[in-house]
Every structure is written in C-alpha cells, then in structure tokens.
Design a protein around this ligand. Structure first.
Ligand code: TGC
Ligand code: FAD
Length: 391
C-alpha cells in the first residue's frame, strides 16, 4: 500500500502544538496499520470490526476532549485531528468515535448524575462498553422537535414508548441515550441493553457506511428506573442539539480526512497513469482538477483549525459549526467525485478507496443535520427569518 502524503499547502503543521502532532501521528499509524488493511473486507461484508474498539479506547479516541473518568482531557484541535485521521481510513470509524464520544459520553458527562458518570464513562472511554444516541424517528428526521416517542411516569420509574430509526451502533450498544417527550418537554434517558420492552433490530443492505452498524431502537412500554433520566439536560431540543454541536464539530474535521484520502489517491494515480504518451497529471485539465481539490481542502483545513481554537477558548457557536460541517462535507463529496473521475475506470473498484469514501460521504452529508438544515440555520442567523417550516 502506497504511503499517504499529507496535503499542507498553507503550513498548517506550524499552527499545531507538539502534542497535537503527536496525537495525530499516533492515530495515523493506527489507521495505516489496523484499519486500511481490513477496511475493504468489512465494507464488502457490511460489518464493523468491533474487536478494534478496545484498541481505539486505548488510543484515547473515545471522548478525548473530556477530562477525568478515564478521559485524557486533550484540546479540541487534537480531537479534530483524531477524527480527521480516522475518517481518512473510513467514515465508519469516525462515526463510531463521534457517537461514543460526542453523542453518548458528552451528554453523560455534561447532563448526567455522578452515579451515571462513574458507571458509564470509564467503560465507554476504554471501549469496553458501546453507546448509541437515539434522536431520529421514522417520521421525524430533520425536525426532531416533532418526535412522538414518549416517557411517562409510572410508580417510581418511567415507561418509554416509541421508536428511533437510523441509529449508529444501536444493536451492539450497552447503553442508549434516548430522547423522548415528557409532557411538552424533551428529556434524555439512559436505556440499558436487555431492558424488557426494548429491542434494537439492525438495518441491513446500506450502500453507504457499510463498515458501520445502523439499526432501530424500539420501546414497547419499556419500564425504566427513576434514575434513568439525565437530570441535568435542558428540558427541550437544546439537550440533544447540544450533543449534536459536539459531534458536528468532529465531523467537520473528519470529512477532511476522507477528502485527503481521495486527493492523495488521485494525485498519485495522475503521476503513474500514462495516456497519449504522458502521465495524465501532465494534462492541464487534470492539473486544474487537482488544484481545485487542493484549494478546497486547504480552505476546509483553515476553517476546522480556527473552529478548534475558538472551541478551546469557549467561543465556538453552533452557527460556526454549521458553516464548517456544511462546507467541509460538501467539498469532501466534490473531491471524492472528481477523484473518481481522475481514476477513470479504475475509480469504480474497491481497491481504490474513493468510491467507498464517496458513498460514505452521502450519509455524512445527511446525518447530523443535512446540508439543507445547515444552510437554513445559517440563513436564519443572517436574516433573523425562519425558513424551516410552519412555525
Ligand atoms: P431551535 O429553535 O433552533 O432551537 C431549540 C433550542 O436549542 C438551541 N439550539 C442549540 N443548542 C446547542 N447546539 C445547537 N446546535 C443548537 N441549535 C439550537 C436553541 O438556542 C434553542 O434553545 P432555547 O433555550 O431557546 O430553547 O429549534 P428548531 O426546532 O427551530 O430546530 C432547528 C433545527 C432544524 C436546526 C434542528 O432541529 C436540527 O438541527 N435538525 C437536524 C436534526 C439532526 O441533526 N439530527 C441528527 C440526529 S443524530 C445523528 O445524525 C447521528 S449520526 C452519528 C454518526 O456519526 O454516525
Ligand atoms: P428528512 O428530514 O426526511 O429529509 C429529507 C430531505 O428533505 C433532505 O434532503 C432534507 O435536507 C430535506 N428537508 C427536510 N426539511 C427541509 C426543509 N425545512 N427545507 C428544505 N429541505 C428540507 N440519527 C440519530 O438520531 N442517531 C444516529 O446515530 C444516527 N445515525 C445515522 C447513521 C446513518 C448511516 C444515517 C444515514 C443516518 C443516521 N441518523 C442518526 C439519522 C440522521 O440524523 C437523519 O437521517 C437526518 O437527520 C435526516 O433525517 P431524514 O433522513 O429523516 O430526512
């Protein structure tokens, strides 16, 4: 396998600390040694290598920017670089880390009781336990505020009824963070594997994120103890949206990793493949394609880096995250499509990683707020006018 050559037209390397470079290089090595050799086999089979979860935990990939309870408390640029390297391997690996760290550990860390933190965070950080996040429902995707899953009080506990759809890691999760209506509020609950009335069937035959497990969460009058609720979560959509801000931040870095993998493959192929007596990289049309890809990746790197520094300073806003998620996933998908074109027919087989990344990025564009949702959020911020729906 050819060695990956990182793209760094703007000396972004100089903007990183020694610790950030060290962490990134450790994940880069993990991806080269443990992910890339097996990813095609898992992509073909539609499986995720769960055996690697403890290794990912040992590398600090789950909740790296949280501190205590087994988490290292790294800065947000280091966290972003980790997501970049993981997604250079495959979006499925970055998804696993995003869900575990940002959508499960972050709400437990931020909204959970001391008992919930002690019980779950160390095991989730090490990869011994797996978590999932249930917000989307069959009829409520972009508009989660319309959810119909409900929790009602019953005796000294709760009864949960409803269903969640398209949930990463649903059927392997030991704990699910589930959002449900309690009267008119939205509250978060921790639902443990094996709870009576709870099942998590897998969704099969995806064309995208094949090396990632996706499923449903079904609650049929599922009884939960009193302390299953996340006591500190804001009583409204702000609770789950706060988690999404964390995960969307990581995705804006991760998408760059997928783009870099596609660019690297296309640049290398353009130097090796000869037509009309010349390497195809010597044709001006190919150079324009490569130049455009490199320019977009560079702009995306600067967005992600600046966002990370703002996050470290406690100044990052959800709109800034929308800008980075919208832009970086969009350019990554464009880069993947042009990279496929540069490979000609070779681009359609799975020895070349670009179509795998391209197919994955279709999901990445859709989950955590579609491109339309982020566009409308930015539009609302700019105009003060809500174009989402009836309200
Ligand atoms: P809106 O009025 O905008 O907000 C309601 C309350 O929430 C606050 N808020 C946020 N807080 C933190 N972070 C954010 N990003 C926030 N956005 C809004 C807001 O301030 C307000 O607070 P308060 O105190 O006033 O109540 O709510 P809305 O109903 O207008 O909805 C806005 C909209 C459409 C943008 C939102 O519903 C949305 O983002 N929809 C997209 C749904 C989504 O992203 N789902 C993702 C599901 S999880 C997933 O996809 C995981 S993929 C995992 C993997 O990597 O594998
Ligand atoms: P819809 O909301 O039905 O949207 C369909 C189309 O309509 C989209 O193009 C959308 O942009 C557009 N649209 C919607 N509203 C508007 C509007 N107001 N104006 C203009 N256009 C609009 N969810 C979880 O809760 N947890 C998970 O772990 C999780 N993992 C996922 C993993 C994968 C592989 C995938 C594909 C999805 C996952 N999701 C998860 C669900 C994901 O968050 C939703 O798919 C996403 O929020 C979009 O919802 P939807 O698919 O129902 O599309």
């Amino acid at each position: 396998m050819a060695k990956f050559e990182a793209l760094d037209l703007y000396a972004i390397e100089d903007l990183l600390t020694d610790e950030e470079r060290m962490v990134r290089d450790a994940v880069r090595q993990f991806v080269d040694q443990e992910v890339l050799p097996i990813i095609d086999e898992h992509h073909r089979a539609g499986t995720f290598p769960t055996g690697l979860l403890p290794k990912m935990g040992a590398l600090g990939l789950f909740g790296p920017n949280l501190k205590g309870y087994g988490c290292p408390g790294l800065g947000n640029v280091a966290y972003g670089l980790m997501m970049q390297e993981l997604e250079r391997g495959d979006s499925g690996f970055r998804s696993a880390a995003s869900v575990q760290g940002s959508l499960v550990m972050w709400p437990i860390y931020t909204y959970g009781s001391e008992e919930q933190k002690r019980k779950w965070l160390p095991r989730l950080a090490s990869g011994e336990a797996v978590g999932c996040f249930g917000l989307t429902e069959p009829d409520h995707g972009s508009n989660p505020g319309g959810m119909i899953t409900r929790a009602r009080r019953s005796g000294d506990g709760w009864v949960l009824h409803g269903a969640k759809m398209w949930i990463t890691n649903s059927c392997i999760a030991d704990v699910s963070v589930v959002w449900a209506k309690v009267d008119e509020d939205i509250r978060g609950f921790l639902v443990e594997k094996g709870t009576p009335g709870f099942s998590a069937p897998e969704i099969k035959n995806k064309w995208s994120l094949r090396a990632s497990i996706t499923g449903e969460l079904v609650f049929d009058d599922c009884r939960l103890p009193e302390d299953a609720i996340l006591p500190g979560a804001p009583k409204g959509l702000k609770g789950p949206l706060g988690c999404l801000t964390q995960a969307r931040y990581g995705i804006s870095w991760g998408a760059l990793g997928a783009a870099m993998a596609c660019f690297d493959s296309a640049r290398r192929y353009s130097q090796e493949r000869t037509q009309f007596g010349k390497p195809i990289g010597a044709f001006q049309l190919t150079q324009k394609k490569l130049a455009d890809m490199a320019v977009e990746i560079t702009k995306g790197q600067l967005l992600a880096w600046r966002l990370g520094r703002l996050k470290d300073e406690g100044r990052m806003s959800p709109i800034q995250v929308s800008v980075a998620k919208l832009n970086n996933v969009g350019i990554a998908l464009d880069v993947a499509r042009v990279a496929r074109e540069i490979h000609g027919a070779m681009g359609i087989i799975d020895e070349v990683p670009v179509m795998r990344h391209m197919m994955n990025l279709e999901s990445v564009k859709t989950y955590e707020g579609t491109n339309d949702v982020h566009t409308l959020a930015i539009g609302r911020h700019l105009t003060g006018l809500d174009a989402f729906g009836a309200s």
